[in-house]
Every structure is written in C-alpha cells, then in structure tokens.
Design a protein around this ligand. Structure first.
Ligand SMILES: [Zn+2]
Length: 404
C-alpha cells in the first residue's frame, strides 16, 4: 500500500482531515484518516511544504474541438455577436483533422490535466476528441452534439449519428459517448424528438437558458435568433414559438430527468431551477464563459439556494482563457460570496462525476474509488483550506499523486 500524507485531506465525502493520509493499493483508495489513526508515522511528508490532497476535479462542460480558437473569438457585447464570430471562424477551418486543430485538442487535454482535472464532459460535433481522450487516458463522457433547426425527419440524422458513435466507440472504448441536442433554438422539434427516443437511458446535455435572446425566442419568436437562423439559411417558417421557458420546453420532449446536464441556466427563474432540482437534473455553470459571450453573470447564489445539483464547466477555449477548473471555482466564489466553500468544491468533484456517470470511481476520496488524487500546495499557517482552494489555484501548485 502507498501512503500519501498531507497537511490536509479534503475527501469531499466527509469533513476535512488535518494532517491526514490516504492509503492506495492497485490504483484504488483503500483507507484514509487523520494523523493519529492507522500508524502511518513512517510515511514521508511532502518535501515542499504543506499540501492539500483532494480528488481529481471534474470539468463537466468543454468543447475540446474548438481549442484552436483560443484567443481568436474576442469577448462580445451580445451572444449574437459572439456566435456569428465563432461560426465564421469555424467555416474557415472545415477540416476537423487539420494539424492545428488536433494539436490544440491534445494541448487542451494536457493543460486540463495539469490543472488537476481528471474527468471531462465534452461536447463534440466531429467526435475527433473522443479518440484522443482515449489515447491520452483521460476519462470522459463525450456528448455527440446535434444541430438542425430545419430538420423535419430527425430519424435519419440520428441513425447516421449513432453509426458514427458506434464506429468511434470501437476505437475509443474507454470513452463513453451519447447524443446531445445543442440548444432549443438550434434543434428542430422533430430532431429533439428523435434524439430523445434514440437513447432513452443515456445521459445527455443541452445548452439551456444561456442568453436573453433564447428566452425571448421561445416565448415570442423573432428577435436576433430568428434573424441569425434566417441568415444561415436554416430558418423554418412553419415553426411557432412554444410560449414557454427553456426548462418547460425540454420537459415536453421527455428530456427533463436525472440524466440531463442543463448547461448555463443564466436566464432561468427560481421556479425553473426548482423544476430542474425536482427532476434531479444537473445544472452545469460556466460563469467565465457567460461573461465572455455577453449573456451576463449566472445567478450562482440562486443556483445553490434552489437545491439543484450544480456541476461546473469551463466551456471552450473560444470563450474562456484556460480549462483550469480552479479558476472557474474562483469565479463562482467571487459571484457568490455566501455559497459555502464545501458546496463549490462538491460541484467541481462529486456532483460533476455523478452527472457524467463516473460517480462510482471518481469525485470523492473514499475506499473503493479510483486513486485519482491531486495535491495542491497551500500556504503555511492557513486555517481554512476549503476557502483557500477557491482562491484561484494555478497548475504550478498542482501535482498528481501516484496511483499504484
Ligand atoms: Zn457549450
């Protein structure tokens, strides 16, 4: 058995342990405790000063295939402006296997790992990142994203997508893949129905309640979203607005369940958050991205007060500086000073792991789970380690512990 000792152990599943230890055998956690237990005095302490051991973080929302856009899509005053900039940039890079794109994905996975992330939830149109996640040993659930506002026969699209998934799954067995609709304004009712029917037991993810324009479009139609769909040639003139909010809209298609990761939720009312909570769905918040794309700050204190399960994502490098989940936690702390530190840490670990279907192996330090552990350097004499972990930890202060 390997013993990892540190000034602090943050198990997430229980209270913080002062001068704690974690025992690891054959890649699994076998025991943990405070210094007075377990006769571990012989285990060497960290040489570079005090550390906190915690479970690997879970980034529940990325788009790795957009990593090459880092720094190329500037922060925008409105969602419409940001989307148009992204789409025109993507149109000039049609080959998803271009060297620059593949290289950027590989770097992004490496960077996320260096900053302590051990599980990813990735949205992908091309499925190119799936094989790379497998090759690089990064556990992940990949959501194969579908778009098509003009689609009237969703079955064919879904059948083709499932064939692509089966093909990639053979080459990347370590990565789990399911279908995911992009957003209420970019997927037709017919396509949404087909997606919901195709994988009734699979987890899925959808951008929901991100911009004020989305809410307006669902309630009244028109506005910048209809104009954008028209200008891209995908507007369907027979579409009528459902006259409801985003949560009620997905409920009509049977998508509101514990298998749903609703991403963003910036515009959701307290009642809609409570609906998500009641359904045991997970809300994935990406506050730095929300500001970048011009949709405003998410009401994070309301998220937590509503009781909804909150996970955390960075979103893509087209709308954030880095894939460091510690930086995202720092943003949540800045926006929500009243949220208990423990709740934010739980979002970045256990709740993300559970939402992505990795809860049995990741997300907490408990006997039986995978020994995916990181150690974060902390200052001498610090007395609130949970709060310190929300202060914006950089990769230079993170290291991975050996698993076996
Ligand atoms: Zn996204």
């Amino acid at each position: 058995m390997i013993l990892h000792r540190a000034a602090w152990v943050v198990p997430i599943a229980g209270p913080v342990l002062r001068d704690g230890w974690v025992g690891v055998e054959a890649g699994r956690i076998v025991a943990l405790g405070p210094s007075a237990s377990g006769g571990v005095e012989a285990a060497p302490p960290f040489e570079q000063g005090p550390h906190a051991i915690l479970p690997a973080l879970v980034n529940a929302h990325t788009h790795l295939e957009l990593s090459y856009m880092r720094g190329l899509v500037p922060p925008a005053a409105s969602f419409d402006a940001w989307v148009r900039a992204l789409i025109s940039l993507r149109a000039t890079n049609p080959d998803p296997l271009a060297d620059g794109i593949v290289h950027a994905i590989r770097n992004a996975i490496g960077e996320a790992r260096a900053a302590g992330t051990g599980v990813l939830g990735d949205i992908s149109n091309t499925l190119v990142p799936a094989g790379m996640l497998h090759d690089l040993g990064m556990p992940a659930h990949v959501f194969h994203e579908m778009l098509g506002f003009k689609v009237t026969a969703g079955c064919e699209m879904v059948t083709a997508a499932r064939r692509r998934i089966d093909d990639v799954a053979q080459r990347a067995p370590a990565v789990r893949i399911s279908l995911a609709p992009h957003a209420p304004y970019s997927v037709s009712p017919a396509l949404l129905t087909s997606i919901a029917e195709a994988m009734p037991d699979a987890i899925t993810s959808m951008h929901l309640g991100e911009s004020p324009e989305e809410v307006h479009f669902l309630l009244h139609g028109g506005g910048p979203i209809q104009a954008a769909l028209e200008s891209f040639g995908v507007w369907n003139p027979s579409w009528t607005p459902p006259r409801c909010g985003p949560v009620e809209y997905v409920e009509k298609f049977g998508l509101l369940s514990e298998r749903l990761l609703a991403v963003h939720g910036v515009q959701l009312s307290y009642r809609e958050l409570a609906q998500l909570s009641f359904a045991n769905a997970t809300l994935v918040t990406c506050p730095r991205s929300n500001r970048w794309v011009g949709v405003g700050n998410p009401p994070v204190e309301q998220f937590y007060a509503s009781g909804v399960r909150v996970a955390i994502g960075t979103d893509s490098l087209a709308s954030v500086e880095d894939l460091n989940l510690f930086a995202e936690m720092a943003e949540i702390r800045a926006l929500g000073p009243k949220i208990p530190a423990r709740s934010i840490l739980e979002s970045a670990t256990r709740l993300g792991a559970e939402a992505l279907g990795f809860g049995d192996d990741y997300g907490t330090i408990e006997p039986g789970k995978r020994a995916a552990l990181i150690a974060v350097r902390v200052p001498e004499g610090m007395d609130d380690v949970e709060e310190y972990l929300l202060s914006g930890i950089g990769p230079e202060d993170v290291r991975w512990l050996t698993e076996a």
